[in-house]
Design a protein around this ligand. Structure first.
Ligand code: FAD
Length: 286
């Protein structure tokens, strides 16, 4: 059995110092619903684990009508889905977070952990991409910001250096906009997305002024289907415009075939879920 040090810093500065001292050997721990399973399986064997749950900045959950939602990376999903502001302004994020495991998992799991784990099929990542969320990162050399769509680089890999941690997500305030997240799984719950799609649309009257579509489980990392979203700007969101955007989203996807579904089935699902989430987001925005 390998030796393991555990620290639970109560400030961001302390956490950065411990992480920097540990180097490649350090690993942040939020809910542990991915990390502890990976440690038990021997997939990851950190010598230093740094608990994120006692750092105030990583527990933020506050909304400002100008700047939007500040969501701490370690805040438990159960708090996020119960939050009236999130339900009102970011229903798609609430939908995505609510899908993570069971009540027991939701009580521990964080959105930050979901994104940092780097799974192409993580449910909250496409929802955050649709919302235009930005990752706030801190390390010994200061802070930096990275768009969520640029954060995961490959399965299990992110832009984080070993001495950096994810502090929070800054999610823009809705401007006549609303979001929606849906996924397909072959059973009712507790499964990994075969495909997940998050959409966010802004409307001025009947005209779409902005649209973003995030795709999960259809490439080596979660994707922003930029051309698909951009194609809707300046248009009325009728069936023709939505069908055209869904086709562009299908073209952005490059899925594999595996035990969960064939590439052809996944491409079909991207079309179905893009149409459904765009229609629902538009209805909510109205
Ligand atoms: C039964 C079960 C069902 C599940 N169902 C789903 C599902 O339906 N959909 C889904 O998407 N996921 C699902 N998961 C996966 C998991 O629960 C999520 O990915 C969860 O959101 C991870 O968050 P966490 O806080 O537990 O992260 P942890 O396990 O603590 O950490 C995950 C990874 O992120 C890193 N990390 C965490 N926080 C930070 C930070 N602040 N800075 C830098 N790195 C950090 C850790 O070092 C680790 O590598 C399920 C898991 C289980 C066990």
């Amino acid at each position: 059995m390998h030796e393991l040090n555990y620290e639970a810093p109560t400030s961001l500065d302390q956490a950065i110092s411990v992480l920097a001292a540990a180097g490649e050997n350090g690993r942040m721990l939020a809910g542990g619903t991915d990390l502890i399973i990976q440690m038990r399986a021997g997939v990851r064997q950190p010598g230093q684990v740094i608990d994120a749950k006692k750092i105030p900045e990583l527990q933020a959950l506050s909304f400002d009508a100008q700047t939007g939602l500040q969501l701490g990376a370690a805040r438990a999903c159960c708090d996020i889905i119960a939050d009236a502001t999130v339900q009102q302004h970011y229903p798609g994020l609430a939908e995505a977070a609510a899908l993570i495991g069971s009540d027991q998992i939701l009580a521990r799991a964080s959105v930050g952990g979901n994104v940092c784990n780097g799974s192409p099929a993580a449910d909250t990542t496409p929802a955050l991409i649709a919302l235009g969320a930005v990752c706030q990162i801190a390390g010994p050399n200061g802070t930096r910001e990275v768009a969520v769509e640029d954060f995961v680089t490959a399965p299990g890999q992110t832009v984080l250096a070993p001495n950096e941690l994810l502090v929070a997500f800054q999610i823009p305030a809705p401007q006549g906009s609303a979001d929606c997240y849906q996924r397909f799984i072959p059973r009712n719950e507790m499964d990994i997305a075969v495909v997940g799609v998050g959409s966010c649309v802004a409307l001025d009257g009947d005209t779409c002024t902005a649209a973003r579509i995030g795709l999960g489980a259809v490439a080596a990392r979660p994707l922003l289907a930029k051309e698909a979203g951009d194609s809707l700007v300046g248009k009325t969101l009728d069936d023709a415009a939505i069908d055209a955007a869904a086709q562009l989203a299908q073209q952005a996807a490059s899925p594999i075939s595996d035990m969960r579904g064939t590439a052809e089935f996944r491409t079909h699902l991207v079309g179905v879920l893009t149409r459904r989430t765009l229609k629902e987001a538009a209805a909510r925005a109205r």
